[in-house]
Design a protein around this ligand. Structure first.
Ligand code: 5RP
Length: 222
């Protein structure tokens, strides 16, 4: 069973004609986007807003019409994956480096749906390294300040050089053994000069689509 495909495709059931849809990034929401492309070919009328260059290219390839922020009044539904989902439906995101655009779009959406295989479901956030997007200027200093919040920070690398996001920034992946106060940490990180955004999504998810112990689709609502 392809779990990512099952949960990813389930999300399209929430999409109706006329909606503006935030399109997330990653290998789970990939299946949502492919399925939406099929439905568009069959006559579904939607407009998409991608959260990354990678998703923009995929959406164009499968024929989902895209729209710019200035042309819309609201985003009806945003669908995205996650790296961890806790029991309060708080998330760590950004494993694919798209956390800033993902958070902007999730925040703007009336309904934010997360597609997550059971391996992403955790009691407490923190086993996955928390991605923090920082501006390149003074990144060494920003990293030092992040370390002072109690984590081991690692500047993300790609082929021997610092990984760059679609926004031209760096990602610092932070090992916190356990994140007990996610909202407080989210705020503390974002108050540091040089930090653009971090991958904690607290109180943002409306629905999480996953699988139960029998591998049946499960909807968890806030
Ligand atoms: O936050 C993300 C990208 O920035 C992804 O949604 C997250 O990494 C999950 O990806 P995948 O579905 O490939 O496991």
């Amino acid at each position: 069973m392809n779990e990512k495909k099952v949960v990813g495709e389930k999300a399209v059931e929430f999409i109706k004609d006329g909606m503006v849809v935030g399109l997330g990034t990653g290998s789970t929401v990939y299946y949502t986007i492919i399925k939406l492309g099929q439905l568009v070919k069959e006559g579904l009328l939607i407009q998409g807003i991608p959260t990354s260059v990678q998703t923009e290219e995929l959406a164009k390839k499968v024929g989902i019409p895209l729209v710019h922020f200035k042309e819309i009044e609201q985003i009806d539904v945003a669908i995205d994956g996650a790296d961890e989902v806790d029991t309060h439906l708080n998330l760590i995101k950004g494993g694919g480096g798209a956390l800033l655009r993902e958070k902007i779009i999730a925040k703007a959406a009336k309904t934010f749906i997360v597609v997550a295989t059971p391996s992403k479901m955790v009691e407490t956030l923190g086993a996955f390294r928390l991605p923090v997007e920082v501006v390149p200027f003074g990144a060494e200093l920003t990293e030092k300040h992040i370390r002072e919040l109690g984590c081991d920070p690692y500047l993300r690398q790609l082929e021997g050089t610092p990984y760059k996001t679609d926004n031209g920034n760096y990602i610092i992946d932070c090992v916190f053994s356990e994140i007990s106060e996610a909202k407080r940490l989210e705020e503390k990180l974002n108050m540091l000069p040089g930090v653009v955004e971090n991958g904690l999504f607290v109180g943002m998810s409306d629905i999480v689509i996953s699988l139960d112990q029998n591998k049946d689709v499960m909807l968890i609502k806030r």
